[in-house]
Design a protein around this ligand. Structure first.
Ligand code: ADP
Ligand code: SF4
Ligand code: MG
Length: 326
């Protein structure tokens, strides 16, 4: 098992918005704690799921992994090399090998450029093929994602959402990456189209030997697509394990609550921790200690006192819960 990419201690905070009253009071600017101390390894050839509710930091993590955000603290290493220490040429090589697919392909495609030009541009930036071979390679890429050859001459707005996501996938594949980080790639699509795009991604992954990081809030997709899954809560990974095992015997109370909300996935799931209570707290003010404690059905006094580390306790995979070992 080769580790292709590693995140260590990744932390990313954003300045929050201040209302007029706060400004008048000269209150300090609030801080959005989007990511805190994320440790994650991505193994060559695997599909790793990252799952969690909206706002828990999934996209911020994706952006840090592909180098679109510089973390405040912590490192991203690709094939052993620290992203922050790379020279310009090394960074270009990194961006060729690590590609991202976005939730909204329309927002990430240039509306003024034809699909053919968009793909040709990706090929040219990274010198993938000689100039004379670009048109043929564009045709191959369109065929790979099952778009008709005449798609090359059209602009993004002429396509449906599902087709636009195929264009996004073709653009990512153009540079022959090793890893694709797909950030909710089907969340904006009709359910009927989701399966087609998901199956296309799985097929391309197998055919091209890609490593895939698949980010979603949809547990059914995680179950269907991934070998391992990281569960995020308020900017931290709270459980990280093999998908089938984790779905069968989730250990973190938050994971248990998430899974229990989709009973057809986990018919046998029982436990003493009741369903999750209350609202998701704001990442502007995560609760102290274990950030899940105000909502946790089995919380004890110590839970608000210290942040549980993500570590192997009594089970077979890491979990960030003080009571998971008991
Ligand atoms: N560029 C940004 N500036 C300020 N806040 C941000 C920015 N990006 C994300 N956030 C905030 O960080 C938190 C995590 O966001 P995000 O990573 O998009 O979560 P997810 O993808 O899981 O929905 C949210 O509270 C979000 O509002
Ligand atoms: S550490 Fe405590 S509050 Fe947090 S999930 Fe575990 S039991 Fe619940
Ligand atoms: Mg997101």
């Amino acid at each position: 098992m080769t580790i292709l990419m590693e995140a260590e201690g990744l932390t990313k905070h954003f300045p929050g918005r201040r209302g007029l009253i706060d400004m008048a009071r000269r209150a300090p600017r609030p801080v959005v704690q989007a990511l805190t101390e994320i440790n994650l390894d991505i193994r060559a050839g695997e599909t790793l799921g990252i799952v969690g509710e909206s706002g828990c930091g999934k996209s911020t993590l994706a952006r840090c992994l592909v180098g679109l955000h510089a973390p405040d603290r912590g490192t991203v290493r690709f094939a052993g090399a620290d992203l922050a220490g790379m020279t310009g040429t090394e960074r270009l090589g990194f961006h060729r090998q690590v590609q991202m697919i976005f939730q909204d392909p329309y927002g990430s495609l240039n509306p003024l450029m034809s699909v053919g030009d968009t793909l040709a541009e990706a090929l040219a930036v990274h010198n993938i093929v000689p100039k004379a071979a670009i048109a043929a390679r564009v045709g191959e890429l369109l065929a790979m994602v099952r778009l008709p050859p005449d798609a090359a001459g059209r602009r993004p707005h002429e396509f449906s959402g599902g087709q636009r996501q195929r264009i996004g996938i073709a653009r990512a594949l153009a540079v022959e990456p090793k890893i694709i980080v797909a950030d909710e790639p089907v969340s904006a699509l009709d359910v009927s189209v989701q399966a087609q795009i998901v199956n296309l991604l799985l097929e391309l992954r197998a055919r091209l030997g890609l490593t895939l990081v698949f980010i979603t809030h949809d547990l059914r997709l995680v179950r269907h697509m991934t070998q391992r899954v990281a569960v995020m809560y308020l900017g931290r990974v709270v459980e990280l394990g093999p998908t089938a095992d984790l779905f069968a015997t989730p250990r973190h109370p938050y994971t248990r609550a998430l899974l229990r909300a989709v009973p057809q996935l986990t018919p046998g799931l029982r436990g003493r921790d009741a369903a999750v209570r209350g609202e998701l707290p704001s990442p502007l003010a995560p609760p102290p200690g274990c950030a899940f404690h105000p909502r946790c059905g089995i919380a004890e006094a110590g839970c608000s006192a210290s942040v549980p580390a993500l570590e192997v306790r009594s089970g077979a995979w890491p979990v960030a819960c003080l009571l998971a070992g008991s």
